[in-house]
Design a protein around this ligand. Structure first.
Ligand SMILES: Cc1cc2nc3c(=O)[nH]c(=O)nc-3n(C[C@H](O)[C@H](O)[C@H](O)COP(=O)(O)O)c2cc1C
Length: 217
């Protein structure tokens, strides 16, 4: 990491821990606050500030979690992309609720988001898919995500088959691949403070707006 990023990270950490998270600074709109925290995380120069743990559960309530990359967010929610036949997708189709957890250690910040999940439009998925590097697009066709693979060679062979199939051609969006949007009904901001007296502000959707509650650390 470049020295300037290290310095920025240290300064950011000091400020975040010292100043904390007051109701006044947090405001009434958790999405605006999310946007500021996301920018703060990116500004530290940390790797993959958009990496987020996604927890899903089966219809019977058995949870599972893994990392995904947050690719966009706005007032409608938080978008990530995946294989629609993967384990997470099977769970989401049966039980369309999920939780996200970010940890930005350089700022001693955790962010929890919960809500309902639905597929984004095919057009939106296509737009994002076509922006990906060619190798990633071929990889999406070649991977039956979460299915058993007998040997590594099989994966490489299928990748080469798709490379030949799409040689010199545009690579279309696979019908089994696309985005999900988590529409939040709860967002909790956690700011590490001295003596374990951390700041926790939890926003719950209520009607058109949000109610904000401070929680004990
Ligand atoms: C940093 C990081 C980012 C990842 N991003 C994604 C992603 O955006 N989409 C995805 O499907 N898998 C992503 N993965 C892989 C998932 O963690 C997981 O292995 C895969 O999606 C299969 O999960 P599942 O079997 O629970 O469906 C990422 C892994 C890491 C370590």
């Amino acid at each position: 990491m470049a020295l300037i990023h290290k310095l920025r990270g240290l300064l950011g950490l000091g400020r975040a821990v010292l100043v904390g998270l007051s109701e006044e600074a947090a405001g009434d709109d958790p999405l605006a606050l999310f946007s500021r925290w996301f920018d703060d995380a990116a500004a530290t120069g940390m790797q993959l500030p958009e990496a987020v743990t996604l927890a899903t559960a089966t219809a019977a309530g058995r949870p599972s979690a893994r990392l995904v990359l947050l690719k966009s967010f706005d007032e409608r929610g938080f978008v990530f992309y995946t294989n629609y036949e993967s384990r997470k997708a099977v769970e989401l189709e049966a039980n369309p609720v999920a939780a996200l957890v970010f940890h930005w250690s350089a700022l001693q910040r955790q962010l929890r988001i919960e809500g309902s999940v639905s597929r984004i439009s095919e057009e939106e998925s296509r737009r994002y898919f076509s922006s990906r590097p060619r190798g990633s697009r071929i990889g999406a066709w070649a991977s039956k995500q979460s299915a058993a693979v007998e040997k590594r060679d099989d994966l490489d062979r299928v990748f080469r088959e798709y490379e030949r199939r799409f040689a010199g051609k545009n690579i279309p969006l696979p019908p089994f691949w696309g985005g999900y949007r988590l529409s939040p009904d709860l967002i909790e901001f956690w700011q590490g403070r001295a003596n374990r007296l951390h700041d926790r502000l939890c926003y719950r959707r209520s009607g058109e707006g949000w109610t904000r509650t401070r929680l004990s650390p």
